[in-house]
Ligand binder design. Structure first.
Ligand code: 4AD
Ligand code: MG
Length: 462
C-alpha cells in the first residue's frame, strides 16, 4: 500500500483513482442513506471528505467508532464532489480504525476554543486549524532560512548550548548543574542543586554569537539556527524562556552590509511562505489578522526605513502623543516607542542604528563619537524588535576596555580576544528571533502559540 497525503489529492487527485489515506477524523455526519467524515492528516488545512456507504464491511461498527479525534486509514475511489467547498471526495471501500477517541472526554469539541484553553492541551492543540497552520508555516520558514543562507555560501555551524559565557551580559541565565537522578532522595530528601558543570560555572546559551564569530573568522560567512535560553522573568506576549534564534555572522562586513543582509533575508522568507503556503496565509488573513497579507507583500516590495537612534529619539520627542515611558536620549526604546515608529510614523519595518553604547552589549563596535555603537535593530509593526545585530568590535584594545567596563574580565573571554589578536577583520552579524518572525508572519498575538511546546515562567508542563 502506498499512502497518499491529502494535500496532494486535493490538488491533483483524479476521479476513479484508487487511493489510501491515513489521518484523524475531524467530523462525522450521518444521513439515512450514508455517512460522511472529514479526515485531516496534517498536510494542509483542508480535510478530505470521505463517503461511507452501508455496503461497506462493518459499516455500523465503523460508524460508532469514527468520532472526532479517532485515527483511521481509508482506501477508496476518488470522485468529483457534487458538494460545495471541495473538488473531490473519497468513496470508501475499506476503513480501518486504529484508535478511537471517546466523545465524552476528547477535549477538542467542534466549537471554537480560546488560545488560553488550548495552551493547556499542548499535546493535542496542533490538531486545530490555527495551530496546525502555524506549525506548517514554521516549517516553511525554517526551510527558507536554510535555503537563503546555503544559496549564498554561508556555512551552517552548530554552536554550543552549554557555555560559560553570558554573551548579552544581561545576567539572565539558566545555570547548568550536574547531578545523578539516582542520587536524588525519593522522599523528603534535600537535593543538592549546587553542583556545577565539572568544576566550573556553566549556563544554557543566550546566543551563539561569540562562537559564530570565531567560525566566521575561518569560513567568512556562517549562520547558526538553534535553541537559546533567557531566564528573564517576563510574562509578555513576545518573550519565551526557550526560543530559536538564527544568527548569521560575516567577516569583512560592516553595519551597512549587515542591514542589507537582514532586509534581503526577511524578504526571502516572506516570499517563500507566500509561494509555498498560500492557503495557510489566507487563513490567517481571514481569521486572525486581516493585515497579514498586505504586510507580507509590503515586506517583499518596499524598502525598509533606516534611521539612527538619535533621529528616532527626535521623532519620538515630537510625536503627537504621550508615551508611558518618557523619551530622552539615552533611554532603551520601549515597545510602545518601537511600535510608534513602525506602525504610526513610517508604517513599515524600521531599522534603527547607532544606539548609545551604555544600553548595548560589550561586543558592539564603538563609533567615532565614542558615545554610540554600530548596532542595528529591525523593528516590525505589532511586534517591535524582531532582529538585533551589530558590527563587532574588532580592535583589541577597545574590546578589552569594553569587556572590563561591562564587569567581565579579559581572562574569561581570552579566546574571544584572541580572535582580535590573530587575523582580526571588520565583521558583523545579527540575531533573528524565530518565534517573533512567525508571530509577525501569521499575526498571532501570543508567542506561546507559535512554538509547539512553549517554555515560559508559568508554562513548562509539556
Ligand atoms: O537582541 P538579542 O538579545 O541579540 C542577541 O542575542 C545577539 N547576540 C544577536 C546577534 O547579533 N547575533 O536577541 C536577538 C533576537 C531579538 O531581536 C528577538 O527577536 C529575539 O532574539 N529574542 C527573543 N525572542 C523570544 N523570547 C525572548 N525572551 C527573546 N529575547 C530575544
Ligand atoms: Mg536586542
Amino acid at each position: 500500500m502506498s499512502k497518499h497525503r491529502i494535500i496532494n489529492l486535493l490538488r491533483n487527485g483524479q476521479p476513479e483513482e484508487e487511493v489510501t489515506i491515513q489521518g484523524w477524523v475531524r467530523t462525522k455526519r450521518e444521513s439515512k442513506k450514508f455517512a460522511f467524515m472529514e479526515v485531516n492528516d496534517g498536510s494542509s488545512l483542508a480535510n478530505l471528505q470521505v463517503i461511507l456507504e452501508p455496503e461497506l464491511e462493518n459499516y455500523k461498527i465503523i460508524l460508532s467508532q469514527i468520532n472526532t479525534g479517532a485515527s483511521v486509514e481509508v482506501t477508496g475511489i476518488l470522485a468529483e464532489s457534487p458538494g460545495k467547498g471541495q473538488r473531490i471526495e473519497l468513496h470508501a471501500t475499506a476503513v480501518t480504525v486504529y484508535g478511537e477517541a471517546d466523545p465524552e472526554t476528547y477535549p477538542l469539541q467542534k466549537k471554537r476554543h480560546s488560545f488560553e484553553f488550548l495552551r493547556t492541551l499542548g499535546h493535542i492543540r496542533t490538531r486545530t486549524n490555527t495551530l496546525g497552520a502555524v506549525m506548517r508555516i514554521r516549517n516553511t520558514c525554517a526551510n527558507a532560512v536554510h535555503q537563503f543562507f546555503q544559496q549564498q555560501g554561508f556555512l551552517w555551524v552548530h554552536t554550543p548550548i552549554i557555555t560559560t559565557n553570558d554573551c548579552e551580559g544581561a545576567g539572565e541565565l539558566f545555570n547548568v548543574t550536574r547531578f545523578n537522578l539516582k542520587d536524588v532522595p525519593k522522599e523528603n530528601g534535600e537535593v543538592d542543586y549546587s553542583q556545577d558543570f565539572f568544576g566550573r560555572q556553566a549556563y544554557l546559551t543566550v546566543s551563539g554569537q561569540l562562537e559564530a564569530e570565531a567560525m566566521a573568522l575561518t569560513f567568512d560567512r556562517v549562520y547558526t539556527f538553534g535553541p537559546t535560553f533567557r531566564a528573564e522573568n517576563s510574562n509578555t506576549s513576545r518573550h519565551l524562556a526557550e526560543f530559536w534564534m538564527i544568527e548569521p555572522e560575516m567577516a569583512f562586513c560592516d553595519l551597512q552590509g549587515d542591514m542589507d543582509l537582514a532586509e534581503a533575508f526577511l524578504k526571502h522568507i516572506f516570499k517563500a511562505v507566500l509561494d509555498q503556503c498560500p492557503e495557510d496565509m489566507e487563513f490567517f488573513n481571514q481569521r486572525i489578522d486581516d493585515s497579514v497579507l498586505t504586510t507580507a507583500n509590503n515586506i517583499i516590495n518596499q524598502e525598509f526605513e533606516r534611521i539612527t537612534y538619535t533621529r528616532a529619539i527626535e521623532l519620538l520627542e515630537n510625536a503627537p502623543k504621550t508615551f508611558e515611558y518618557s523619551v530622552e536620549w539615552g533611554i532603551d526604546l520601549q515597545s510602545e516607542h518601537e511600535r510608534y515608529l513602525c506602525e504610526e510614523y513610517f508604517q513599515k519595518p524600521v531599522i534603527v542604528t547607532d544606539y548609545p553604547s551604555a544600553i548595548k552589549a560589550f561586543y558592539m563596535r564603538l563609533n567615532d563619537d565614542e558615545k554610540t555603537v554600530g548596532a542595528m535593530d529591525v523593528l516590525a509593526p505589532k511586534i517591535g524588535e524582531i532582529i538585533g545585530g551589530s558590527q563587532r568590535e574588532e580592535r583589541f584594545d577597545i574590546l578589552e576596555k569594553r569587556i572590563k567596563e561591562a564587569g567581565m574580565t579579559p581572562e574569561q573571554l581570552w579566546w574571544y580576544l584572541d580572535l582580535r589578536r590573530y587575523g582580526t577583520v571588520p565583521h558583523a552579524g545579527f540575531g533573528l528571533g524565530f518565534e517573533r518572525l512567525i508571530q509577525f508572519m501569521t499575526g498571532m498575538g501570543n508567542i506561546r502559540d507559535v512554538i509547539p511546546f512553549p517554555r515560559t515562567p508559568e508554562n513548562a508542563e509539556f
